[in-house]
Ligand binder design. Structure first.
Ligand code: 1HN
Length: 345
């Protein structure tokens, strides 16, 4: 008919010839490459701990921590099947260590966080210091530090691992090394870092040796005290509740260089106003009961449940009983790059 089909045919022919030179037209892709606002991969999802716990415990019948290196069931976003990702930029898994086991020492460029779910007194050893872990503890494994885990208690321990694996993959900056021994040498007594750096004091002349907080275990007993003290003294923020961020006491910044970690308390009966931010976020129930509402779904939050919300999706939080939630995201990395945005709706 008109010249339009010809134009389209000529364009397609051009694209085909350009392709032989590994050239592609931007104008057919620009709007999807640079959309008006974020459309992160992945979907909102809830892992109910009561449902996944039997699988985590069964994994011990199939493989030892030593053979597995890390016996973990990955929490894979249903919208990112096969990717080993819980969000567009982060990884999550539930790790099990049974009494008497050691998960052998290694190191890698990825940073890891542990958030303890159940069990008492198993340890992780990080950069020469052991720390005993209790439910609700937040523990950091900085990039390229030797770490192994062990359980000298009498019960299984389960924790949530959060790693920046997709961020390292984006930069193709992954290195790993196995230690020649299962257990890396210990050079400081247990509790040294917390005593030294976690009391509002720093040795004079001390210089940070890493981009991470020098405190690598933030015990829940202390966190809880701070959270409930905050709640006694002020009204909750309408969009956030009583929200605390884990800080590096040496500089007031986030505790880790790539993963932002926070904990919040929503008093019984409280509901937040709708909020969104550009960082896809993983929430973990710690105490109490409530729900997260997103995209017409109501995702229950009871202790140890994990809920993921892709970035830029408005959500609200509702507390049926005083609700404590741990959360992590790539917010710190986005802030450093000048990308991060939030919106209070
Ligand atoms: C890792 O080193 C740990 O040290 C956990 O416990 C999960 C997932 C992928 C790669 C390394 C750990 C991991 C991991």
């Amino acid at each position: 008919m008109s010249a339009v089909p010809d134009l389209q045919q000529q364009r397609q022919a051009f694209y085909g010839r350009a392709d032989t030179q590994h050239l592609a037209p931007l104008w057919t892709r620009l709007k999807s490459l640079v959309p008006a606002e974020p459309t992160p991969a992945g979907v909102p999802h809830r892992w109910a701990y009561a449902e996944v716990r039997p699988y985590v415990l069964e994994s011990a019948q199939h493989i030892s921590a030593k053979e597995a290196e890390r016996r973990v069931l990955i929490l894979e976003n249903p919208g990112l099947h096969g990717s080993s990702q819980i969000t567009n930029s982060l990884y999550a898994g539930l790790q099990l260590i049974m009494p008497g086991e050691v998960a052998p020492a290694h190191r890698h460029t990825q940073s890891a966080l542990r958030f303890v779910i159940e069990g008492h007194g198993a340890y992780t050893a990080v950069d020469g210091e052991k720390t005993l872990m209790e439910p609700g503890d937040f523990v950091i494994t900085p990039s390229w530090t030797w770490h192994h885990h062990g359980n000298e208690s009498t019960a299984p321990m389960v924790w949530l691992d959060g790693l920046d694996i997709p961020i390292c993959a984006l930069f193709a900056s992954t290195f790993r090394e196995d230690h020649h021994a299962d257990e890396a040498p210990l050079t400081r007594p247990a509790g040294d870092a917390l005593a030294r750096y976690g009391s509002g004091l720093l040795p004079v002349g001390w210089q940070p040796g890493s981009l991470n907080s020098p405190v690598f275990n933030y015990p829940y007993a202390r966190t809880r005290e701070a959270l409930f003290a905050l709640a006694r003294g002020a009204a909750p923020d309408a969009h956030l509740g009583h929200l605390l961020r884990y800080v590096n006491p040496a500089d007031g910044g986030w505790a880790m260089p790539t993963i932002a970690t926070m904990i919040r308390l929503l008093p019984q009966g409280f509901a937040t106003l709708p909020y969104r931010s550009s960082d896809s976020t993983v929430f973990v129930g710690v105490e109490g009961r409530g729900e997260l509402r997103v995209a017409g779904q109501r995702l229950a939050l009871t202790p140890h449940d994990v809920v993921v919300v892709p970035g830029w999706m408005p959500y609200t939080l509702h507390a049926d009983a005083d609700l404590v939630l741990f959360s992590y995201s790539d917010r710190v990395a986005q802030e450093k790059l000048g990308f991060w945005r939030e919106q209070r709706l």
